[in-house]
Write a new protein. Structure first.
Length: 482
């Protein structure tokens, strides 16, 4: 399997090269040149680690079978408490794919517990001996998951950049208290797009690459712009479908719809890849918060980031530049030249419009909707009081949008974070006055619902804060060169 750049149709690299590089030249993203076909019959009864092994084999063809077997077995066992791919019924025809049972209580664990192993092995495959310095822009969850995955790995350094005052208290402390001699965390003045744009500029800066090369250091990424982040996320779409079929919730071979709370478009794109591999996916429903640039794009074909940026109660989705959409544009348009033109137009003017044929192909697989904070809060309360199901603010957005996009097919909502990562907002949605502290709110949420907060979150306020540096976006380059 070879990988090509979204902005250069002539470039082809191996999966190891794509994972080590992170970003293609000219700020392009790597995508597979084809899609392996899923063996649904033989995969349907596999436990999660074995299913992950089979999915990865089709894409990571330059990795050894022994490595993929041991890596998936080591990743999706104890760290997920036996609940990898947990799929539960919420109400008639509606299910939650709970992706927050990993060590940092968010869906990013599925990729970022495995991706460090993929990167280390990729360097071995390529005979690379340099230090890999990973730069990560995060709206909250990716930062902690990446730090946890890469901490104290030999030959790896990691720097995380998150929007100052743009995360929950829990998310901030998860990053600021991270242990490890090879980790560094920065708060960036501005929003997530400022941090992400700053990191992308560093990757595109040839002078940065040259200076680091002289010190035997190369940059890479743990964001979903890196192919190694996306491929593990394909697995849980298959696993959820198989569990629904096993329970008799869907007839074998009939479609299932998936609704995904979406910011950077990576998690939902993994569902598109599963569909291309042969999984019976009906609609992939893109659920946005008040920063609803993706909703407008999927409905109209015009991507217009020239709009007010809102800080919401679902901060991991507070994004106006959705990087992974670029990958979908290549798959649906078939033209790297078109994609490069659209991305140049976006950088220059803040907007672009795709052609009618490309939009029709996107709309064949995707629908979209959004929920503001009030609608999300109402959904948290309804789900708990009516269905006995407690969800976080991001998942609530998806539940709201899912209701407006129901078909005859079962609906699976991707539940992307523990409600205890955002306890004040969840508690307020349930009609309680939330304490100022997230930790007092966690205790109050447990008292209200009977649900237990994960130990890894309850103990955060007892850990020493290691990182409190605040920088401007323009200082990201200097931080990368430290």
């Amino acid at each position: 399997m070879q990988f090509q750049s979204t902005r250069d149709s002539a470039l082809r690299v191996s999966s190891s090269e794509a994972i080590v590089r992170g970003l293609a030249p000219k700020s392009g993203l790597f995508v597979p040149e084809s899609f392996p076909k899923a063996d649904l019959e033989n995969w349907k009864s596999l436990p999660y680690p074995a299913l992950a092994e089979q999915v990865l084999k089709g894409f990571l063809t330059d990795y050894s079978a022994d490595f993929l077997h041991s890596a998936t077995a080591a990743t999706y066992g104890e760290a997920f408490g036996g609940k990898a791919g947990e799929t539960v019924k919420v109400s008639d025809g509606v299910y939650a794919l709970e992706l927050w049972h990993g060590p940092t209580c968010a869906f990013k664990d599925y990729a970022l517990q495995l991706m460090p192993k993929l990167l280390v092995e990729a360097k071995k495959n390529l005979g690379r001996t340099e230090t890999t310095r990973i730069l990560v822009a995060t709206s909250g969850d990716t930062g902690k998951a990446a730090l946890a995955g890469y901490a104290d790995l030999d030959g790896i350094e990691i720097e995380v950049f998150y929007p100052n005052a743009g995360t929950s208290e829990i998310q901030h402390l998860q990053m600021a208290t991270q242990k490890g001699d090879n980790v560094q965390v920065y708060a960036v003045e501005g929003n997530f797009d400022d941090a992400q744009t700053g990191v992308k500029r560093v990757f595109a800066d040839e002078s940065v690459a040259a200076e680091l090369e002289a010190r035997h250091i190369r940059l890479s990424s743990a964001n979903s712009i890196n192919w190694g982040r996306l491929v593990p996320q394909i697995v849980y779409y298959f696993y959820a479908y198989f569990r629904l079929a096993e329970q008799g919730a869907v007839a074998w071979g009939k479609p299932v719809d998936f609704c995904v709370p979406t910011g950077n478009f990576g998690d939902i794109l993994a569902g598109y890849y599963a569909k291309q591999m042969g999984l019976p996916v009906g609609k992939l429903i893109c659920a946005s918060n008040k920063n609803n640039v993706l909703t407008d794009f999927i409905k109209t074909g015009t991507y217009d980031a020239r709009r007010t940026f809102y800080k919401t109660t679902s901060p991991s989705m507070d994004i106006l530049i959705s990087s992974n959409l670029e990958r979908l544009l290549l798959h649906t348009s078939g033209s790297a030249e078109k994609v490069e033109g659209w991305m140049q137009e976006l950088a220059a003017t803040g907007k672009y419009t795709v052609d009618a044929e490309t939009l029709a192909k996107i709309q064949a697989s995707f629908a979209a909707g959004y929920a503001d904070d009030a609608a999300g809060a109402a959904e948290i309360r309804v789900r708990f009081e009516r269905d006995g199901y407690l969800c976080d603010t991001h998942t609530a957005v998806a539940f709201h949008v899912a209701e407006a996009n129901r078909s005859d097919a079962p609906m699976v909502v991707l539940s992307t974070a523990s409600p205890f990562k955002f306890p004040r907002d969840v508690l307020a949605a349930l009609g309680e006055t939330a304490p100022e502290s997230d930790f007092a709110a966690m205790a109050a949420l447990t008292a209200k619902t009977g649900a237990a907060a994960p130990a890894s979150l309850r103990e955060l306020d007892k850990l020493p804060v290691r990182f409190n540096t605040v920088i401007e976006p323009a200082e990201i380059r200097a931080a990368a060169l430290r």
